[in-house]
Write a protein that binds this ligand. Structure first.
Ligand code: BV8
Ligand code: ZN
Length: 250
């Protein structure tokens, strides 16, 4: 922890790379967690595909509306808040997230790069025009729900996320790789590092000489990339890291 705090307090350019683990302590299930309710017999990776939406749009739309309802009911945790504090205390920093929730923004992070899209940017699956944000609340056990129709072409509306087999938003991915290339410290928090090309980001940073600090209670393939591994939950480890890095400001 002391070494991580020293490196962080001296950093000029910081990248904070996050996955589902940083939202776990807010009550948001990670991708590793078994699904519940209507979706318990499905695998998240199978549901998050164009094929699943093609085959059963009401099931997939219902799932995303249920996840959006969960996110609206929960709050950022001390892990998200510590990330915003790191941004405020470092000359230049950027958050790069695989998460489709808005908890970084609600914790005060300025313009996180969403590599895999957002639950709050629905668009038409046919003409790609953006669609209005639904405001309904889904029952806790979930339900099938027909996707709304596009006002322009009456195509089905889909969630504004990147599904498996789909390309990431080019500009965002390019910026993320550039930031990883130029940073001197990359924090990777709450990710299993199994989904590509996102999992390349910490490796790019290490390749270009940055110190990679991993925060995760479990070992991951990124253990080998990280110069410093802090094994513990984000909402505990990150506030302690901020206090250790900037004792006078805490
Ligand atoms: C593409 C949005 C091609 C949707 C998501 C190379 C090698 C192998 C496979 C591939 C490859 N390249 C591409 C592939 C295929 C695929 C892929 O990577 N498959 C994997 C599974 C093998 N990649 C793709 O399909 C990508 N697209 O390649 O397109 C292409 C190119 C050009 C033109 C056309 C096509 C798209 C991938 C994006 C998919 N969408 N999300 C949605 O959310 O519904 S991915 C989704 O899953 C998340 O965004 C995230 O990225 C991933 C889950 O990973 P994590 O966030 O890390 O979460 P996870 O649950 O796994 O782990 C949680 C971690 O937190 C654990 O380690 C745990 O220990 C830790 N933790 C738990 N509690 C805490 C904690 N840590 C801290 N504190 C705690 N309290
Ligand atoms: Zn349309």
């Amino acid at each position: 922890m002391r070494e991580a705090a020293k490196v962080l307090s001296q950093a000029r350019r910081v990248v904070v790379f996050t996955g589902a683990g940083i939202s776990a302590e807010s009550g948001v299930p990670t991708f590793r967690d078994a699904l519940t309710g209507l979706w318990e017999r499905f695998d998240a990776q199978a549901l998050a595909t164009p094929q699943a939406f093609q085959d059963d749009p009401d099931l997939v739309w219902g799932w995303y509306e249920w996840r959006r309802t969960v996110i609206r009911r929960v709050h950022p945790n001390p892990g998200h808040e510590a990330v915003a504090a790191i941004e405020a205390r470092t000359p230049r920093s950027v958050v790069i997230t695989q998460n489709v929730d808005d908890l970084h923004e609600r914790a005060g992070s300025a313009g996180p790069l969403h590599l895999h899209g957002s639950l709050f940017e629905p668009r038409c699956a046919s003409c790609a025009r953006s669609a209005p944000m639904p405001d309904g609340e889904e029952p806790s056990e979930g339900r099938r729900l027909a996707p709304p129709r596009c006002e322009h072409c009456s195509g089905p509306v889909r969630p504004g996320v990147v599904w498996f087999g789909e390309a990431l938003p080019e500009q965002i991915l390019e910026t993320a790789v550039q930031e990883a290339t130029d940073c001197d410290v990359l924090l990777t928090i709450g990710t299993s590092g199994l989904v590509y090309p996102a999992a390349e980001i910490p490796k790019v940073a290490a390749m270009f000489g940055a110190t990679v600090i991993q925060v995760n209670p479990q070992p991951t393939p990124l253990d080998a990339v990280a110069g410093i591994n802090l094994h513990g939950p984000a909402a505990t480890v990150l506030p302690a890291l901020v206090t250790a890095a900037w004792p006078s400001l805490s």
